[in-house]
Design a binder for this molecule. Structure first.
Ligand SMILES: [Zn+2]
Ligand SMILES: [Zn+2]
Length: 147
């Protein structure tokens, strides 16, 4: 397993050791440093795909492989945020679905996204922000609607 924030890996490695795992190692400098070093040394990468990051880039490419699948059709795809600002769900979408859905996670979000900005603001006004249900894009709508 790996994490990019330096918190989950600290907790997870302690948890593994506590549960009897002896060969627990951490990568000094994280994936980014690892990517730099293998490139310098001309070694093949054991890390495949993109390294998720928490800023607007949503990922730094380590190898050209794409291992994630579109939540809507299953094609190979990349991570993105739903274009409906009120949702902004982090999910995975391929280019074809992104075009069809205008970068939205559901048809409900697409409808809102296509409203004039003023209408979108009105919808948001006086309403609690939906609970974020990250990584379960297709199940998002029914859960969010309950808030
Ligand atoms: Zn797709
Ligand atoms: Zn959405």
């Amino acid at each position: 397993m790996y994490c990019t924030g330096g918190i989950r890996c600290e907790k997870a490695s302690a948890w593994f050791k506590h549960h009897g795992f002896e060969d627990v190692n951490q990568l000094h400098g994280g994936i980014i440093q690892y990517a730099r070093e293998i490139k310098d040394q001309g070694l093949p990468s054991k890390f495949v795909g993109k390294n998720f990051v928490f800023d607007e880039r949503l990922g730094e490419r380590i190898t050209d492989d794409v291992i994630s699948e579109c939540h809507q059709c299953g094609a190979s795809a990349i991570t993105m945020n739903c274009k409906n600002d009120d949702c902004h769900l982090l999910f995975i979408q391929c280019d074809a679905c992104a075009e069809k859905m205008q970068g939205c996670c559901t048809h409900d979000c697409q409808q809102i996204y296509n409203l004039p900005i003023e209408e979108q603001r009105k919808l948001r006004k006086g309403r609690k922000r939906p609970i974020r249900c990250q990584f379960i894009a297709l199940d998002c709508a029914p859960i969010c609607d309950k808030s």
